[in-house]
Design a protein around this ligand. Structure first.
Ligand SMILES: *[C@@H]1O[C@H](CO)[C@@H](O)[C@H](O)[C@H]1NC(C)=O
Ligand SMILES: *[C@@H]1O[C@H](CO)[C@@H](O)[C@H](O)[C@H]1NC(C)=O
Ligand SMILES: *[C@@H]1O[C@H](CO)[C@@H](O)[C@H](O)[C@H]1NC(C)=O
Ligand SMILES: *[C@@H]1O[C@H](CO)[C@@H](O)[C@H](O)[C@H]1NC(C)=O
Ligand SMILES: *[C@@H]1O[C@H](CO)[C@@H](O)[C@H](O)[C@H]1NC(C)=O
Ligand SMILES: *[C@@H]1O[C@H](CO)[C@@H](O)[C@H](O)[C@H]1NC(C)=O
Ligand SMILES: *[C@@H]1O[C@H](CO)[C@@H](O)[C@H](O)[C@H]1NC(C)=O
Ligand SMILES: *[C@@H]1O[C@H](CO)[C@@H](O)[C@H](O)[C@H]1NC(C)=O
Ligand SMILES: *[C@@H]1O[C@H](CO)[C@@H](O)[C@H](O)[C@H]1NC(C)=O
Ligand SMILES: *[C@@H]1O[C@H](CO)[C@@H](O)[C@H](O)[C@H]1NC(C)=O
Length: 850
């Protein structure tokens, strides 16, 4: 008996020893583990050995000990998180453990006083804390996360964090000094006041110290570092509750972090290739123009000017003497008061005497900015004209801008913290000025003439140079395009040498490429990324050419579309078009990341979506079941929103003209994204005309008026949407009906509709997950969209309303005679293009049955 007990004790001891011996490799704390401050012996290390968590001190006398997370393998200890930053532990007797009574992870000092806790309000049983590979310390109860260090950050943002856009939460706060992690004077947060988004650094509680400029859907407009990582870095994601987050996507093995340093600067660090040293890549050097409102109100800061500060046009220094002494604090003021103010003071000064003052209407002057003034308010207007009208009507409006990716921004009162940079085009700000300050153009004409002459000369110079280069080295382009240099040049818009090189190749002006507009990739980079367009990398054949999967330097997976058809446009037009399309930003549109033009090759680089397209799921008997009703509902709504954005909310008012299931791509969480938008603009002739003799589209999705007469409008997209909606509801292809009595899905739907058997149309794999009323309603909306008469079809905003509400009564659809009376050829994915309106197409559309 005793031996047995001894045995057990021995085993237990052994277990305990081995446990403590090897616990340095553990990545988690459970109720039975305690981490002590014993020179790292107990420290947690994440599975992939990237991060380590345990006690550390920043002095040599054990007087202040902290619990934190740092990079495991980097010699210079770099902390991304500190738990007890406010209450350091004196001496080495601290411990980390999980409190059995309530499941909290706590840090105790030598006297067992709690110096830090996860503070969960609800007690939990059997919790476990795991240090994950991304550096996130997560406390979970039965695999349900209940607390994570990423939601309680200190001063560092690392990839993997999701930063809520709505203000208030998740404020980063700097350390007090380099060796003191306690909360310092500077904090960093997302500023979403006025519904624009930007990153803000505050000094103390209120004083603004720096801001990033507004988020335009792709970049922070005021951050000039336009290298690969920032272009493909931040994205905004939306969770199921509609809450928006900034996340950072960085697939490269290089480590990157953003920190608000103790002296109040937002810095981006990238780990050196040899893994020893962090390199700052942003704001080096940090110039005066980055300082908040360095030049004062109504002034512009530009490091290319000397001095940096100048008043906006129509404004002059408030105090000339101070200004000339380079004291910018007072900023600038209006030369001439605005109309409303002039009238007001005229009424006063005339004090009753009826003296008429005639003041001209206020107007606007353009100013290019890389950083728009602070405190913009986003107003719900579409288009420059409406935005301007709104600004003119409100006498306190001082400026407006209608910027793609952001929308209609309005400024009231003073314009502060405005920046312009010569090597970045920026966007247009329209500043309100009194009539008298507008007619100022006369003295500028001379400058313009001189400028025009100079530009002209430069252009001639470039042409001469190009001709000369071309003559000397006739094979230079093909040689450089395919050389097997191991170092692949990607693209880097900030390096001036590259810029001129690209400009040379394209014959474009240098400044057209600058800014965050559209990155151009070298052809060699595309070749390397797609493994010379190898068949293994081919994802499929889209309407405008084959699509390949690629991996560009920086680690991003991309989809590369090699346009196979000759566009009717010239190079310049094509480029301009791509810049416009790249600016279309919506969560239901596929992001265009850049393009590549070399000789005849025109290549578009898109974000890569792992789940392929909707048709792969919808028409596959097995995968079909993955799309339950909730998912399909989200997909339908997403497509409708994306389409509405194209039709109405984007400045370009794009008609897609080739909407179909295979053009709807799905992201990781199966959110739909419309692809190939805008391409019809390039290939389909003149977008402004409602009639085209080149029809781009796919049989089965083409509205009758478009297919037969080449007439297109936003209502042709509504038609395609209707077909798509019916396909999603039924899980069947529109064109899969050739062997049945019905001509098409639309015909079949109408047939069931007229016999009140619509529920038979609903995809059986949806089972009971779909409420009957919803099913009927959605099919009815689909039927409304595919009516013959374009004018009877609802527009996308009504469609969205109908989809969203339960209560509004729907009109009754009219029988789609044109579509149902003709049989649609199932040409698979084949396209009709370049056909003349009157002959082949209509003939092929109306085929007599077999
Ligand atoms: C510990 O060292 C730091 C500097 O390294 C010093 O400021 C502090 O006073 C020392 N504390 C004690 C208790 O000696
Ligand atoms: C700090 O603590 C460690 C471990 O307890 C001890 O070895 C070391 O001598 C202490 N250092 C000082 C300066 O007290
Ligand atoms: C936990 O609550 C205490 C007291 O309310 C507070 O001082 C401490 O900062 C909180 N800790 C965390 C990590 O929120
Ligand atoms: C924890 O466990 C106890 C008993 O084991 C149980 O009474 C209590 O409800 C549990 N609490 C939670 C939050 O699950
Ligand atoms: C932080 O603010 C306090 C009070 O405003 C000031 O005394 C201190 O010097 C500031 N610290 C830093 C690092 O700027
Ligand atoms: C980091 O900086 C060092 C020295 O300044 C330089 O040699 C190295 O190339 C840089 N690394 C990166 C990745 O920029
Ligand atoms: C700049 O002018 C302001 C008054 O507008 C004054 O308070 C400040 O001291 C001046 N700064 C310098 C450096 O002279
Ligand atoms: C100023 O007086 C004119 C005529 O008396 C009147 O039409 C106008 O509205 C007044 N303006 C303001 C701002 O009071
Ligand atoms: C007009 O006069 C009133 C009172 O006489 C004064 O309060 C107001 O500031 C004056 N407005 C202007 C623009 O001068
Ligand atoms: C101008 O807009 C501001 C802010 O929306 C509002 O408070 C103010 O009343 C408006 N003024 C006029 C004259 O419409």
């Amino acid at each position: 008996m005793t031996t047995k007990r001894q045995h057990a004790i021995l085993l237990l001891l052994l277990f305990f020893c081995s446990h403590t011996l090897f616990s340095h490799a553990a990545d988690s704390i459970t109720e039975d583990t305690v981490i002590r401050d014993n020179d790292g012996g107990d420290n947690l290390v994440s599975k992939d050995l990237t991060f380590e968590m345990g006690f550390f001190g920043l002095d040599n006398n054990n007087s202040s000990r902290y619990v934190g997370i740092w990079y495991h393998e980097i010699p210079v200890k770099t902390f991304i998180w500190v738990a007890n930053r406010e209450k350091p532990i004196k001496g080495r007797e601290g411990s980390i453990l999980i409190q059995k009574s309530n499941g909290n992870l706590i840090v105790l000092d030598g006297e067992n006083n709690e110096v830090w806790s996860t503070n969960m309000s609800v007690p939990r049983n059997n919790t476990k804390a795991v240090l994950r590979d991304d550096g996130n310390l997560v406390l979970s109860e039965h695999d349900k996360d209940v607390w994570q260090s990423f939601e309680d950050p200190v001063d560092t943002f690392v990839p993997g964090m999701a930063l809520p856009v709505s203000a208030g939460t998740n404020i980063f706060r700097s350390w007090k000094s380099e060796t003191d992690p306690s909360p310092g004077n500077y904090s960093m947060k997302v500023d979403s006041e006025g519904s624009t988004k930007q990153i803000l650094i505050l000094e103390g509680e209120k004083r603004r110290k720096w801001r990033s400029g507004y988020w335009d859907g792709r970049v922070f407009t005021g951050v000039s570092d336009v290298t690969g990582s920032s272009l493909f870095g931040f994205t905004v994601i939306t969770d199921t509750k509609g809450e928006e987050y900034f996340t950072y996507k960085w697939n490269s093995p290089e480590k990157v972090r953003f920190q608000i340093t103790w002296d109040g600067f937002e810095k981006k660090f990238v780990l050196d290739a040899d893994g020893k040293q962090w390199n700052r890549t942003q704001f080096e050097p940090f110039d005066d123009c980055e300082k908040y409102n360095f030049c004062g109100s109504f002034a512009v800061c530009d490091t290319g000017n000397s001095p940096f500060c100048s008043c906006m046009e129509g404004f002059e220094p408030m105090h000339w003497e101070e200004w000339n002494n380079r004291n910018w604090t007072r900023g600038c003021g209006r030369r001439t008061p605005l109309k409303a103010e002039a009238e007001r003071s005229a009424n006063n000064s005339s004090s009753g005497a009826d003296r008429e003052v005639s003041v001209g209407e206020d107007g606007f002057l353009e100013q290019r900015c890389t950083k728009f003034p602070d405190f913009a308010r986003l107003e719900n207007f579409v288009g420059d004209a409406d935005c301007q009208r709104y600004c003119l009507q409100n006498t306190s409006c001082t400026a407006y801008s209608y910027t793609i990716g952001i929308g209609c921004m309005i400024w009231y009162g003073e314009l502060v913290d405005v920046q312009h940079s010569q090597n970045n085009l920026g966007s247009l700000l329209h500043i309100r000025l009194a009539d008298a300050d507008l007619g100022d153009g006369g003295k500028n004409t001379k400058i313009w003439i001189i400028l025009a002459v100079v530009v002209g000369l430069i252009c001639i110079g470039i042409v001469v140079l190009l001709v000369w280069r071309f003559k000397r080295k006739p094979k230079v382009s093909s040689a450089s395009g395919f050389n097997n240099n191991s170092e692949i040049p990607a693209f880097d818009l900030t390096r001036s040498t590259d810029l001129s090189e690209i400009s040379g190749e394209l014959g474009l002006e240098g400044n057209q490429l600058s800014g965050a507009e559209l990155p151009l990739f070298h052809f060699s980079c595309i070749l390397a990324a797609t493994n010379n367009f190898s068949d293994e990398n081919k994802l499929g054949q889209g309407g405008f050419g084959p699509v390949y999967k690629g991996k560009i330097p920086g680690g991003e997976d991309v989809a590369v579309k090699r346009l196979s058809r000759k566009s009717s446009q010239g190079l310049e037009e094509f480029k301009n078009e791509m810049v416009l399309i790249a600016k279309l930003q919506h969560r239901n549109l596929v992001r265009l990341l850049g393009c590549c033009i070399q000789g005849e090759e025109k290549i578009l680089v898109y974000e890569y979506l792992p789940n392929k397209s909707l048709d792969c799921f919808l028409f596959d008997p097995v995968k079909q079941t993955q799309l339950d009703w909730a998912k399909r509902f989200e997909i339908i709504e997403g497509i409708a929103r994306g389409l509405l954005y194209l039709h109405r909310d984007s400045r370009l008012r794009i008609i897609h003209r080739d909407l179909k299931a295979s053009n709807i791509l799905l992201d990781e969480s199966m959110n739909p994204k419309i692809s190939d938008f805008g391409l019809a603009r390039i290939f389909g002739g003149n977008q402004n005309e409602a009639n085209t003799n080149r029809v781009v589209g796919t049989y089965g999705y083409m509205s009758p008026e478009y297919a037969m007469e080449g007439l297109f409008s936003i209502k042709s997209d509504v038609y395609s949407f209707g077909v798509l909606l019916l396909e999603i509801m039924s899980g069947r292809k529109n064109t899969s009906f050739r062997d049945t009595d019905d001509s098409s899905l639309i015909g079949y739907a109408w047939h069931l509709w007229s016999e009140q058997r619509v529920m038979e149309l609903v995809d059986p794999s949806l089972g009971d997950s779909i409420p009957k009323t919803k099913a009927l309603r959605f099919i009815q909306i689909g039927m409304l969209c595919v009516q013959d008469s374009a004018s009877r079809r609802p527009n996308m905003s009504s469609v969205l309303l109908m989809l969203g509400s339960e209560s509004t009564a729907l009109p009754l659809p009219k029988q789609p005679l044109l579509t149902t009376s003709m049989r649609i050829l199932d040409d698979g994915e084949s396209y009709s293009e370049g056909l003349d309106v009157s002959n082949d197409l209509t003939v092929s559309m109306v085929t007599t049955g077999r």
